[in-house]
Design a binder for this molecule. Sequence first.
Ligand SMILES: [Zn+2]
Length: 134
Amino acid sequence: MGIELDGCCELCSDGVESRDHLFNDCIFVVGLWSKILQTCRIPYRVLCWDDTLVWAASNLKGKSLLVCILKLAWTSLLCFVWEERNLSHFRGCFRAIDEVFEVIKRTVSVKLHDCSVNKADRVNSQLCLDWNIG
Ligand SMILES: [Zn+2]
């Protein structure tokens, strides 16, 4: 298609673009994921891609509000990181981590707008405030 790729990460220019780098190790993704976890009041830990998948498989079970938010936020992160990479590569557009985080936050908020939440629960109540749900 005439597209030249030099293999360098479009988001940080400091790594070879691979699945592991683009969706897990890149400083841009680390910044986004840290903000998501921070907003869920979960400490960030450095994990390789395979360990992230193990973490997700064991922690993203059930239907609690926290799990719903984390599932939506993580899948949104993967989607928007790919979009961001393509915007950067094909259009030369760059957004800051905070801007993409706000898009993820808005996506989670819209998706969970009509879900029924027990707001008498202190954790749920705080999550609703932090993620603008309801
Ligand atoms: Zn990168």
